[in-house]
Ligand binder design. Structure first.
Ligand SMILES: [Cu+2]
Length: 203
């Protein structure tokens, strides 16, 4: 009788052990599947990130290309070109650093001040300097010429300039493109010449 009981108990435990083992195998295989699934997800999301990065880069590139084009229309076939330059209260910069035009073209240039500050505080102008005029020296000299809207020497060193404008104002000037070469333009309001400057390239 005791022997019979022992055999039964042994069988009972052997069965439980088998079941547990089976369970372990099932749990392990599920765990394996979950891990593989997670790895696949992380790989695919990495790919997405890269494609998103690429998309962003492409978007930036198109934006730069557009802004380069909007600097000016470099078409030499046009007799007249229109250029718009914007300035504001904070950046102390023109929104264009380079303007391209062709000798003989008639240039209509509009300077906008998109800010709100008065011209006594944050005045801007567009001053196109003659060839060979040093913009730093000109800027320093100009800063003490308030009564002449910061244009020194009666405009001797200047090809053309707009009037001084404040927030919300604009001024438009028309002039013939000078001979081929590179010309500097600045804002001659005190202190602005250091950062508010750019180049007019005549081809
Ligand atoms: Cu200015």
């Amino acid at each position: 009788m005791i022997y019979f009981c022992q055999v039964k108990t042994k069988k009972f435990f052997a069965n439980i052990y088998k079941k547990l083992n089976m369970k372990n195998i099932i749990v392990f295989s599920i765990f394996k599947k979950i891990v593989i699934f997670l790895i696949l997800i992380s790989i695919s999301s990495c790919g997405n990130n890269e494609s998103q990065k690429k998309e962003k880069f492409q978007y930036k590139r198109t934006k730069t290309e557009q802004s380069t084009q909007s600097k000016s229309d470099p078409s030499s076939s046009k007799k007249e070109i229109a250029i718009i330059i914007n300035s504001d209260d904070f950046s102390m910069k023109f929104d264009k650093k380079e303007i391209i035009a062709f000798s003989g073209q008639k240039i209509t240039l509009t300077l906008n001040h998109t800010g709100k500050l008065d011209k006594l505080v944050m005045g801007h102008n567009f001053v196109l300097l003659k060839k060979g005029v040093n913009s730093n020296e000109f800027g320093i000299k100009a800063s003490s010429e308030k009564e002449n809207e910061y244009i020194p020497d009666g405009g001797n060193q200047v090809i053309v300039h707009t009037k001084l404008i404040g927030g919300g104002e604009s001024d438009t000037i028309t002039f013939d493109a000078p001979e081929k070469g590179t010309y500097e333009f600045i804002c001659s309001f005190p202190g602005h010449y250091m950062s508010m400057k750019g180049k007019l390239i005549i081809k």
